[in-house]
Design a protein around this ligand. Structure first.
Ligand SMILES: [Fe+2]
Ligand SMILES: [Fe+2]
Length: 187
């Protein structure tokens, strides 16, 4: 399996949370259910910090992008500065969500949650369809196997298996609680 395939698998879990976040925000906004969003937002924030940022974005920044920025790999254009800029924006939005929670500001929490979801969907689309395929074409086989080795070592150091177990279980929990919520049928 290529590193980009591993990273695309991580994208799928991030998209799952993004979809759930949008659904919780929609429930809150349409049905005035702010207490449910206030209750669940810390779990989304925890996932964003631990999985989307420290587990996924950090591996892109510290491993993949370093290889892609080697001379001659990205021949036509270099989308990496834009990708880094979007990682930075995502960090700002999650900080805004944390501040909204601290100040009990439901509007700010909803707005930043929606913006985070939108940003991540677009960001992941660009990586899956533009950046990663460019890397696949530009990297040599030797570079790809070195990259995979570094990725695997990092995964082991970060205890990837337990991170995956923890966050797949949390996603299932967040989804079943959302589906069980009586007002959810009004969406
Ligand atoms: Fe990224
Ligand atoms: Fe990514």
């Amino acid at each position: 399996m290529l590193v980009t395939e591993h990273l695309m698998k991580e994208h799928q879990l991030i998209l799952k949370y993004v979809d759930l976040l949008e659904r919780y925000v929609e429930l809150s906004a349409k049905n005035n259910e702010s207490s449910l969003l206030f209750e669940k937002a810390p779990f989304f924030i925890q996932f964003i910090h631990e999985f989307a940022d420290e587990f996924h974005h950090a591996k892109e920044e510290n491993i993949l992008f370093r290889y892609l920025e080697q001379p001659g790999v990205l021949s036509h254009c270099n989308p990496i500065p834009q990708m880094l800029n979007e990682h930075g924006k995502a960090r700002e939005l999650v900080l805004n969500m944390e501040n909204a929670l601290l100040s009990n500001d439901i509007d700010k929490l909803e707005v930043n949650g929606v913006q985070y979801a939108r940003l991540l969907k677009e960001h992941i689309y660009k990586e899956d369809n533009i950046l990663y395929p460019m890397g696949g074409r530009g990297l040599s086989d030797t570079a790809k196997s070195c990259l995979l080795k570094e990725y695997a070592e990092t995964d082991e150091r970060l205890d990837s298996q337990s991170i995956w177990c923890k966050y797949e279980a949390l996603a299932a929990d967040l989804e079943s609680q959302l589906n069980a919520y009586p007002s959810a049928i009004l969406l």
